[in-house]
Design a protein around this ligand. Structure first.
Ligand code: ADP
Length: 153
């Protein structure tokens, strides 16, 4: 069984993430959207909320799951039995950043392959950090997120 881990913060899940998950879901038997918990990082949305949004967004895909983890992504991937890590690439800056992470992970675990998905052009500008800014100042964030992501309070 081909298992892929798509790690990230998903704070919140965006249409860019949604596109990557759906494309990955056509290639792998099981896709785990892994929400990394970093004690030093401040998040806008709680872990429970972020997980719930992911769960709802992919309710139509039974082989997509959501989970959270602490510690090294590569260790978590190993514990899942994942053979692949999935990441999205929007631009050259993402590439440079991701290249170093993938090379580090390959040193740590040569049996897990990092697979990059090139962002669909119409979502290349979408970033969780920008979406948070739009939310913070009352803009229409629904343009950038799947319909499962709605702020109720
Ligand atoms: P992180 O905190 O690891 O950067 P993110 O939730 O921001 O977590 O992103 C997780 C993954 O999703 C990364 O591989 C990132 O490149 C990818 N990603 C983010 N935004 C988009 C987008 N608009 N299109 C495609 N991939 C994206």
């Amino acid at each position: 069984m081909k298992t892929a881990l798509f790690p990230g913060s998903f704070d919140p899940l965006t249409l860019g993430h949604d596109d990557i998950v759906r494309r990955a879901a056509t290639l792998f038997d099981r896709v785990v959207v892994g929400i990394g918990v970093n004690a030093d990082k401040k998040y806008m949305f709680s872990l429970e909320q972020r997980m719930e949004w992911v769960r709802q967004a992919f309710a139509d895909l039974p082989h997509v799951e959501v989970a959270s983890y602490e510690g090294l992504t590569i260790d978590y991937a190993r514990s899942l039995g994942a053979q692949y890590l999935v990441r999205g690439l929007r631009n050259p800056a993402d590439f440079e950043f991701e290249k170093a992470i993938a090379q580090t992970n390959r040193e740590l675990e040569p049996h897990i392959e990092t697979v990059f998905f090139q962002t669909r052009a119409r979502y290349a500008f979408v970033a969780s950090s920008h979406v948070r800014e739009v939310i913070r100042y009352g803009g229409d964030y629904t343009l950038f997120v799947p319909s499962a992501v709605r702020i109720t309070s």
